[in-house]
Design a protein around this ligand. Structure first.
Ligand SMILES: [Zn+2]
Length: 357
């Protein structure tokens, strides 16, 4: 056998041994370059074929091609094996342990006042009411005048209402246009009357503001919901039936109700609406002042002046309205003794009311 044949056979043996020893794809690529690169061992040997005797050349060419094919095939196979092993190792690293306990997701819940708000919306939705919301910053005209509250009424005092000052001006000087933070959601009733035409059935949930010293039953910021119905032949009897149904839907079927005369500038006649005490159920306790009753809202027939402010002809249409404090209902529902707790953002308190989501 010629010297060239020996060198080709030796090269194949060396190459296969080196491949078997290659620990990773990188080592195989280095080996490939050392064999097939510009000055690689196989490249150099093939270049030497030209110097072989013409008689031997076909046999040597055949052998050289066999060696090259064998080494190339071995490289391809080794790479495939190493890559499969790599992928296996990576998979093992990334494997999920399906038996491991899951990480607990902490889900929050609604503030108890917002749970009451949701309940109101649901109950009145079932009664055919729609939600109508208005701005928290109002004008004096919308907050007071349109609601039949005269200019000298005590609630318009600087000590009751938060007036919005003009930029750069002493904040104790109200803005000339009488911009205020609304003291109730009642102006939304006027907005609803102007935007809609009878029959109107809306509730107006929202945030209100008053210049109040904060104590267990007063806050400078609170939530109200008011309702308004305007239609032909609407009467106090309709109001009474609706509120009785509402009280049973909110507090349960056993709830007793009563109406008492009341006074509000924007309704005539006006009533106060009581439910049987949510704590003692009637006999009397500290929560209800020994009376057995709790007042939850004020209501009445919409005053003709207010209907006119809303663009409604009081000779053609009548309406009833009612309003209550969401915060107060929340206190009553849960027997919470102090309004300030609701605004405290204290999780130790709030986590006791996980009802709403
Ligand atoms: Zn009671």
């Amino acid at each position: 056998m010629s010297d060239l044949a020996n060198r080709l056979n030796q090269l194949q043996t060396d190459a296969l041994a080196a491949l078997a020893a290659a620990a990773n794809a990188g080592a195989v690529e280095t080996l490939r370059a050392s064999l097939f690169g510009r000055s690689g061992r196989i490249t150099v040997l093939l270049r030497g074929l030209g110097a072989v005797d013409a008689g031997e050349r076909p046999a040597m060419g055949k052998l050289a091609n066999e060696v090259r094919s064998a080494v190339e095939a071995a490289i391809t196979e080794r790479l495939a094996t190493l890559r499969a092993a790599d992928a296996g190792a990576r998979l093992a690293d990334e494997a999920l342990d399906m038996t491991a306990p899951g990480r607990q997701v902490r889900v929050g819940h609604l503030h108890p006042t917002m749970t009451v708000d949701r309940d109101f919306r649901e109950i009145f939705h079932a009664f055919g009411f729609e939600i109508f919301e208005g701005p928290e910053i109002e004008t004096d005209a919308m907050n007071f005048e349109a609601l039949n509250i005269p200019p000298d009424h005590p609630s318009r005092d600087l000590w009751d209402t938060l007036y919005v000052a003009e930029p750069g001006v002493d904040p104790r000087q109200p803005a000339a246009d009488g911009t205020i933070l609304r003291t109730h959601t009642s102006p939304v009733q006027v907005r609803a009357m102007r935007a809609l035409s009878p029959p109107i059935r809306v509730i107006t949930p929202g945030r209100c503001f008053r210049y109040e010293a904060v104590d267990a039953s007063h806050g400078f910021e609170f939530f109200q919901v008011e309702g308004l119905v305007v239609d032909r032949d609407t009467s106090l009897a309709d109001l009474k039936g609706m509120l009785e149904e509402f009280a049973r839907a909110l507090f349960g079927d056993a709830t007793k109700t009563r109406f008492r005369p009341g006074y509000y500038p924007f309704t005539e006649p006006s009533v106060a609406f009581d439910v049987s005490c949510l704590v003692c159920g009637g006999p009397g306790c500290a929560a209800c002042g020994r009376s057995g009753w709790m007042t939850i809202l004020g209501a009445g027939m919409v005053h003709p002046t207010v209907l006119r402010a809303g663009g409604i002809d009081p000779d053609e249409f009548q309406g009833y309205a009612f309003g209550m404090g969401l915060d107060r209902i929340t206190l009553l529902r849960h027997g919470i003794p102090d309004l300030r707790l609701l605004m405290s953002a204290d999780l130790r308190f709030l986590e006791q009311f996980p009802g709403g989501r």
